[in-house]
Ligand binder design. Structure first.
Ligand code: SF4
Ligand code: SF4
Length: 391
């Protein structure tokens, strides 16, 4: 996987900045789940005040660099008025570049005096981090419990070529105030009530993982969930053939990781048409560059394991009056796979909020984008702070 285009060059950044129309009604801001304000940070950067641009990004988004690298084009870019003339400003790329080039490592979140209340946050993924950011700004002292051995949560499922962990660490360093926040890695918390009994004033539970959607086909047990694969891809490294079932961003990540790990042939099986795949142009080009095959209008029917090899039986689909239907007599056997990964989606089975225990992130909303998980963490943190402080 190449990461040569991870950040805009400074000339590219300047060109993007100059395209901005400075729309007074700020549609880009309105479309951002955390109300990060492209109109304002672009205006500051255009004037050469890059430090102000970084501050504006951080004003509403503590994970400005992370979001810049991975936010999809369906939010701010989709709303960008410039689309009406030619192309949207590449706002995520602008945001990522501003944070990469112009943030100061010494820049720290400013917080008020401690208010004497302690909150436990379970999970150091985007929802947990965003909740921490809100609560620190309100004077709370925090303990963040993370089951994994590093911060990031679901962000760690994203390949390093698209989201280097160093970028997440830079964002984390902005909010990490050791005198007010204690991070407990490798610490799994099963019982939120016990935390209240230990003296915490409230709990944000943002550590749950969504469930991988099942294929509901015979032989499904021979396939691997995308979560297991992306979390432990080194365990499943192969130089053989890999099938990825699914056509979204996570499926693309699985395919790219398999290819980067040495798989000779990687093929995605997508139920609908190429144009229905929910991926950006950049990801599409990456698939082409990495020579990953995409079999569209194809659904899995069963998986058979024979002598250590996997066969995937598929059938073709077609549209009839706009409805996707199986194409009769189109079943074929695709033999000789080493690995079949299911990546058709995920879902949440959310627990009910209780007094002083609020759930946030993927466990609340199902697998979502980082910026949506952050919005969920921000909402939960605001609600919990109001509950505790009686606002
Ligand atoms: S909508 Fe697009 S052109 Fe308008 S201010 Fe936002 S980024 Fe600039
Ligand atoms: S956080 Fe993401 S969605 Fe919001 S303005 Fe920045 S790039 Fe766009």
């Amino acid at each position: 996987m190449s990461n040569k285009n991870l950040y805009l060059t400074k000339p590219q950044l300047k060109a993007e900045l100059e395209k901005c129309l400075g729309c007074r009604n700020m549609p880009c801001t309105g479309a951002c789940p955390v109300s990060c304000s492209p109109q304002e940070f672009i205006a500051a950067a255009r004037k050469g005040d890059f430090s102000a641009a970084v501050k504006i990004i951080n004003r509403n988004n503590p994970l400005g660099q992370t979001c810049g690298l991975i936010c999809p084009d369906k939010f701010c870019m989709h709303a960008c008025t410039r689309c009406l003339l030619d192309y949207a400003i590449n706002i995520p790329a602008v945001q990522a570049a501003l944070m990469e080039y112009y943030r100061s490592p010494d820049e720290k979140l400013e917080v008020p005096e401690a208010n004497g209340r302690r909150i436990a946050i379970i999970g150091a993924g985007p929802a947990g981090m965003a909740a921490a950011w809100i609560l620190l700004k309100q004077g709370f002292t925090l303990d963040v419990f993370e089951a994994g051995d590093k911060i990031g949560g679901a962000l760690n499922l994203i390949p390093e070529s698209r989201l280097p962990h160093a970028a997440v660490e830079k964002d984390w360093n902005y909010i990490y105030l050791p005198e007010r926040l204690t991070l407990h890695l490798n610490t799994r918390i099963e019982n939120c009530d016990a935390l209240l009994q230990q003296g915490f004033d409230g709990v944000i539970a943002a550590g749950g993982e969504p469930f991988c959607t099942a294929l509901n086909i015979e032989g499904e047990e021979h396939s691997l969930s995308f979560m297991e694969y992306l979390r432990h891809s080194e365990k499943y490294q192969t130089t053989g053939n890999v099938a990825v079932i699914g056509g979204g961003l996570v499926a693309v990540d699985c395919a790219l990781v398999a290819k980067a790990g040495g798989a000779e042939h990687v093929e995605m099986f997508v139920r609908r048409q190429l144009s229905d795949m929910k991926i950006t142009r950049a990801e599409y080009l990456e698939l082409l560059e990495q020579r990953i095959d995409v079999s569209t209008m194809t659904s899995p029917e069963k998986i058979v394991s024979e002598n250590g090899r996997l066969s995937l039986f598929t059938r073709k689909n077609r549209f009839e009056n706009g409805i996707l239907k199986p194409l009769p007599d189109s079943s074929i056997k695709r033999p000789d796979f080493d690995l079949i990964i299911r990546a058709i989606g995920s879902y949440a089975d959310p627990a009910e909020d209780k007094p002083r225990i609020l759930y946030a992130g993927d466990v609340k909303t199902g697998a979502s984008t980082a910026v949506e998980a952050m919005a969920s963490g921000i909402n939960a943190a605001r609600k919990l702070a109001a509950e505790i402080l009686g606002a």
